[in-house]
Design a protein around this ligand. Sequence first.
Ligand code: NAD
Ligand code: USQ
Length: 404
Amino acid sequence: PQSSSESSAKSKKVMIIGGDGYCGWATALHLSNKGYEVAIVDNLVRRLFDHQLGIDSLTPISSIQNRVRRWKSVTGKSIQLFIGDICDFEFLSEAFKSFEPDSVVHFGEQRSAPYSMIDRSRAVYTQHNNVIGTLNVLFAIKEFSQECHLVKLGTMGEYGTPNIDIEEGYITITHNGRTDTLPYPKQASSFYHLSKVHDSHNIAFTCKAWGIRATDLNQGVVYGVRTDETDMHEELCNRFDYDGVFGTALNRFCVQAAVGHPLTVYGKGGQTRGYLDIRDTVQCVELAVANPAKPGEFRVFNQFTEQFSVNDLARLVTTAGKKLGLDVQTISVPNPRVEAEEHYYNAKHTKLIELGLRPHLLSESLLDSLLNFAIKFKDQVDPAQIMPTVSWKKIGVKTRTVSV
Ligand code: NAD
Ligand code: USQ
């Protein structure tokens, strides 16, 4: 594998779509710090969802313009900004022609499963935004920069929870005496997770038909907030979602423990997923960018470092909380989702390790620092945002205002 040293990265231009979001902001700074020339493309719709739902990041986040200005003043490095919607092909074309990326890292989607299950209009928005946005990126690569490598954020949730081992993208099957290597079966369980399945199929097809080079990063659930770069100045601070729509399991549990809210385990709590530290998200993307797929190759990496059930996470947070003097309780919340609550789960995740990933595993020290981080900001917590409000079964055509 090629190492991503500063010198080899200098001439490389990376466009980060969704660079104002949680994973995208951390990655944009990381790649800029490593010597890549970075442009952020974002329509700031994630900030609009907060306004519409009456929710907010635990941490105060600066405007994208101030973030980029601060980054320049702290490091001397410039990040270009293109504010617009990738579903608008004219906007995307202009951004492509002006920046001429060598790689595109695509984080720019509606990424919450509960959001996609609020009502019909949110389900349709999610699939339109994600599927059409990705199609536009594929057309832009074909039209303006054939050699450009697409690094696309997918999700481990594309595979669901089958009763056999999960492979990295492909499985070799022998059927009626004949053998083939085929895309691993997809069993997504929300309109959001399904949008990622549709994306994967569209990308795989264009790799075959047009020779696009692409890497699908089937990422697990991300936790943590601090990275080397966002730590450089308080105005570079990342967002931290803890609410019932955008907050993810471990981040939510840390905030719940900090404010004395019982940990919200949905159903039996045996739901097992792959998890990773946000410091590993930025490392994985850097590895994918530095070691591009070949023309026509549709490469799939499972991007997580450890598997946990929801009950495992609750136990870990309870133990770590006790050490900090917190009395952490757990409640079983009737599961608002339709998902297996007790199941087999064993997913391969070796390809990024082979490229050189050095994982930050979930040790007690990290949980301590994440809990301390949540404690530091606990006055910002709105307890009314904690319980889940979106039901997989009650979704209907009537437009819902999700509020307390
Ligand atoms: P996020 O919502 O914080 O960031 C997504 C960004 O994309 C936002 O800034 C949003 O404004 C932007 N965006 C959305 N639609 C856009 C459009 N049409 N045009 C331009 N910009 C648009 O999400 P995140 O947590 O950073 O996730 C980033 C990616 O990683 C997503 O694709 C998500 O599915 C994937 N992922 C996230 C996690 C996780 O735990 N956070 C886990 C696995 C995969
Ligand atoms: N869960 C609880 N209690 C909570 C929150 C969640 O028990 O308070 C359970 C959920 O029911 C689910 C599991 O924890 O079984 C994970 O839920 P989550 O909200 O942390 O993650 P999920 O909805 O799967 O989505 C997140 C990101 C999404 C990404 C996905 C990766 O929002 O963008 O694609 O993680 S994965 O889970 O591998 O598909």
